[in-house]
Design a protein around this ligand. Structure first.
Ligand SMILES: NC(=O)c1ccc[n+]([C@@H]2O[C@H](COP(=O)([O-])OP(=O)(O)OC[C@H]3O[C@@H](n4cnc5c(N)ncnc54)[C@H](O)[C@@H]3O)[C@@H](O)[C@H]2O)c1
Length: 251
């Protein structure tokens, strides 16, 4: 029998932990998930943040994704406070622009530490909890850089995002029969701090020369793709890298 499909994403009572939450995409995603009814634990490296002060649906906690102790403590506290953890959105990341012949060891190590170890570190903490309940959704943010080898970002960044895509597929493959879904969103250039300031020093290029839609993405464009992968609407989707890039990459 064909069952009627459900309406808009319903995340009522779902507990979400989000990293990199005070960044452009993290903020948009925190609010989008809260709008779907989720209880959002928004984390970032800053000891405190007033970004979510006006929104009682969102609870901010400091979490450095490169610290196993920090990850384990926050996840344990979420379990103690909420008794469940359904969704993890892994948005923390940094970008650098050096090509391979200019990359120094410390740049390489820092990018890998935050972008790859940071994803592994939280996934390692949440997968056993999700397995025990037989349900969980993990959404990491990769990048078009991991697909194309970088568009304006550097060697370390492109390599780190390729690693995120592969890691997510490994988590998906090994936990699909445990009710755990793991996917990545691979954004193209998104207007905001990382693309505009970090990569282009405050002078981003003309989107019409880069993107078929002739505009860069918005944080909300990416947040809506994350909501889809966090919601029951994507319940047979796992191990995927969802390209959200205004048509810059068509495969
Ligand atoms: N903006 C883009 O054009 C774009 C494109 C493709 C992919 N992405 C990816 O999307 C994600 C979000 O990017 P954004 O545009 O919101 O950038 P952003 O710089 O606005 O946000 C990144 C956030 O990560 C946090 N962070 C950095 N190091 C951390 C650490 N050790 N522990 C915890 N948090 C840490 C920062 O404090 C910041 O809030 C990143 O993974 C980025 O690589 C962004």
């Amino acid at each position: 029998m064909v069952m009627p499909s459900s309406g808009p994403a319903d995340l009522a009572d779902k507990v979400v932990v989000l990293t990199g939450a005070t960044g452009d995409i993290g903020q948009a995603t925190s609010w989008a998930l809260a709008d779907c009814g989720a209880i959002v634990v928004a984390t970032d490296i800053h000891e405190s943040s007033d970004v979510f002060d006006a929104d009682e649906r969102i609870d901010y906690r400091p979490l450095d994704v490169t610290s196993r102790a920090s990850a384990d403590e926050v996840i344990a506290n979420v379990m103690a406070d909420h008794g469940r953890l359904d969704i993890a959105v892994l948005a923390a990341g940094i970008a650098t622009t050096n090509p391979i012949d200019k990359v120094e060891e410390d740049e390489w190590a820092t990018v890998m530490d935050i972008n790859v170890y940071g994803v592994m570190n939280i996934a390692r903490a949440v997968v056993p909890i999700m397995r025990e309940r037989g349900f969980g959704k993990i959404v990491a943010i990769g990048s078009i850089a991991g697909r194309l080898g970088g568009v304006a970002s550097g060697a370390a960044y492109a390599a780190s995002k390729g690693a995120v895509h592969a890691l997510i597929k490994n988590i998906a493959r090994n936990n699909a029969n445990q009710g755990i879904y793991a996917n990545a969103v691979a954004p193209g250039p998104v207007s905001g701090t990382m693309w505009g300031e970090v990569i282009h020093g405050g002078n981003p290029p003309d989107p019409a020369r880069w993107v078929p839609t002739e505009r860069f993405g918005t944080p909300s464009d990416i947040a809506q793709a994350i909501v889809y992968l966090a919601s029951p609407q994507s319940n047979w989707v796992t191990g995927q890298v969802l390209d959200v890039n205004g048509g810059m990459l068509m495969v």
